[in-house]
Write a protein of this length. Structure first.
Length: 289
């Protein structure tokens, strides 16, 4: 994610800045009551389990904007693995400032490291098949960023990034693939791709017959909620022109992911990368400077 990208900055403001403002809008009654709140301390964020590090750039943005007086040291690069007991980063500054940002900082780092770690695990299990996230996110592009650090792809970033026609779009099109195809042919040529979801009850050959004319962008047929056996029987018996790509999603787990790595499938999209990632167990501890 480009730090100059307006949408990325918007999501930093919304999800990271918003979380901090929500947490501190009424101040910090506990720390402000202590006489030594302005004393200088160091703190370390340590890992209580192993994982993949992610979150350096968002943390730098956050501290620069809200706590520029804190001195930050990060000990791992994005995507590097760490072990239980490792110190991930340290801060130096006034005790009241460190404790004011503690929860916001930990929430962010725990979530992004958790997503990156889970994505890395899925990517290793699926290799060499690429995997992508979905829009089932809590932190918007921050979640998508963590997926890329873990070795996954972002898929579309928002509703305006690329079209994805799902079952409800088909319903409002009176179950007509021709209506969907006509809408795609009228799309701006600058879009990166167009995706159409298809379920086991649909005939993909009927859908593919709507795209005989070439397009300036690829068409992705998303096979949703197919079992591995259904997927294999379907995609190995239908034509696949050069401008058509096949994707599978729905019900893909670490236990069965290898069964979905079927030729000529091009990619797997997995909502669990963001909606089911566990926050990694991290702790922040103050020490005297």
């Amino acid at each position: 994610m480009n730090p100059k990208n307006p949408q990325y900055i918007h999501d930093l403001e919304c999800f990271l800045g918003g979380a901090f403002i929500s947490d501190t809008i009424n101040g910090d009654l506990t720390t402000e009551s202590l006489p030594n709140k302005n004393d200088f301390f160091s703190c370390q964020i340590q890992a209580k389990e192993k994982g993949i590090f992610c979150g350096g750039p968002p943390i730098k943005w956050f501290l620069h904007k809200y706590c520029p007086d804190l001195k930050l040291s990060i000990f791992f690069k994005e995507g590097n693995s760490f072990q239980k007991g490792n110190t991930l980063l340290s801060l130096k500054g006034k005790a009241k400032t460190i404790l004011k940002i503690e929860r916001t900082l930990l929430n962010l780092l725990q979530r992004l490291c958790g997503i990156a770690t889970l994505t890395h695990t899925y990517q290793q299990a699926a290799f060499p098949m690429p995997i992508a996230a979905t829009r089932k996110t809590l932190y918007g592009l921050l979640d998508k960023y963590a997926v890329t650090i873990g070795g996954g792809l972002t898929h579309r970033l928002n509703l305006g990034d690329a079209p994805l026609f799902k079952d409800n779009h088909l319903k409002i099109s009176h179950n007509s693939w021709a209506v969907i195809a006509n809408a795609i042919y009228k799309m701006p040529h600058s879009i990166p791709f167009a995706t159409i979801e298809i379920s086991p009850k649909h005939n993909p050959i009927v859908l593919l017959s709507q795209f005989r004319k070439p397009l300036p962008f690829p068409i992705i047929i998303l096979f949703d909620n197919f079992t591995p056996l259904q997927l294999k029987k379907t995609i190995q018996n239908i034509p696949k022109p050069a401008h058509i790509h096949f994707e599978a999603s729905g019900g893909i787990t670490l236990t069965n992911i290898k069964k979905y790595c079927i030729s000529p499938l091009d990619i797997l999209s997995i909502g669990a990368l963001t909606h089911s990632a566990n926050s990694l167990d991290l702790s922040l501890n103050l020490t005297t400077p």
